[in-house]
Write a protein that binds this ligand. Structure first.
Ligand code: DGP
Length: 211
C-alpha cells in the first residue's frame, strides 16, 4: 500500500486552547510543505450542524439522546471526506471528534457504552492529543462563554470521562499534553509528538472502537 496522510485529533475541555493549538499545528505543517486540512466538530455549517449550533446556544431543546445522535451524525456526514483526504496523502487535523461525543454525553448521565455505539467504526485517529487543563485553570483564562456546557461542574465531569476513555485506548495513540502551560511550550510539545506522523503512514486507516 502507498503511504497515506495521518489523522490527528485534538481534544480537550472548553478553554484548553484547542483552537489556537490546531491552527499553530496547521501553520507548522504548511511551513514544512506538508499537505494538511483542518476540520472541526461540531461542523456547524451543515444542516445537522445548524441544529447542534442552535442547541448549544440554548435556542432549542432536545432530548439528551437525540442531540447525542446528531453530534454523531455530524461526524458520519464527513467520514468519507476524511477517508478521501487521508488516501490522497493529506494530513487531517481535527478539532474535537468522537471522544468529545462520549465525554460530554456521559457527563450528562448517559451510559458510556451507549454513548460510544453510534461512533463505532468511524475512521480512527492515528494520534489523539488530549489538551489537559483543570477546570479552575480553564476558568481563570477569562471565564467560560455562554454556551450550554461551559460550566465548571460540567467540565469537571467531562474531564473524568476523558480519563476513562484514555485508559481504555492504546496508549501510543492517545497523548495527554499539559495545556496549563504557556502557548509556545504547548505548541512545541504538540509539534514534537505529531511530527513523526506527518511523514505519511503505510498502515490502513483504522476503525474506531472495533476491538
Ligand atoms: P466547540 O465548538 O469546540 O466549542 O464545541 C462546542 C461544544 O459542544 C463544547 O462544549 C463541546 C461540545 N461537544 C462537542 N462535541 C460533542 C459531542 O459529540 N457531543 C456532545 N454532547 N457535546 C459535544
Amino acid at each position: 500500500m502507498s503511504t497515506r496522510g495521518a489523522f490527528i485529533v485534538v481534544e480537550g475541555l472548553d478553554r484548553a486552547g484547542k483552537t489556537t493549538q490546531v491552527s499553530a499545528l496547521q501553520t507548522r505543517l504548511e511551513n514544512e510543505g506538508i499537505l494538511c486540512k483542518l476540520l472541526k466538530f461540531p461542523d456547524r455549517t451543515t444542516a445537522i450542524g445548524q441544529m447542534i449550533d442552535s442547541y448549544l446556544r440554548s435556542q432549542s431543546e432536545l432530548d439528551d439522546r437525540a442531540i447525542h445522535l446528531l453530534f454523531s451524525a455530524n461526524r458520519w456526514e464527513l467520514a468519507s471526506t476524511i477517508e478521501k483526504l487521508l488516501a490522497a496523502g493529506t494530513t487531517v487535523i481535527c478539532d474535537r471528534y468522537a471522544f468529545s461525543g462520549v465525554a460530554f454525553s456521559a457527563a450528562k448521565g448517559l451510559t458510556f457504552e451507549w454513548c460510544r455505539s453510534p461512533d463505532v467504526s468511524l475512521p480512527a485517529p492515528d494520534l489523539t492529543l488530549f489538551l489537559d487543563i483543570t477546570p479552575e485553570a480553564a476558568r481563570s483564562r477569562g471565564g467560560y462563554g455562554e454556551e450550554r456546557y461551559e460550566k465548571e461542574e460540567m467540565q469537571r465531569k467531562v474531564r473524568e470521562v476523558f480519563r476513562r476513555i484514555s485508559s481504555e485506548l492504546d496508549e501510543a495513540s492517545w497523548v495527554t499534553i499539559d495545556a496549563g502551560r504557556d502557548l509556545d511550550t504547548v505548541a512545541d510539545e504538540i509539534w514534537s509528538v505529531s511530527r513523526p506522523f506527518t511523514k505519511g503512514l503505510s498502515i490502513p486507516i483504522q476503525r474506531l472502537w472495533m476491538q
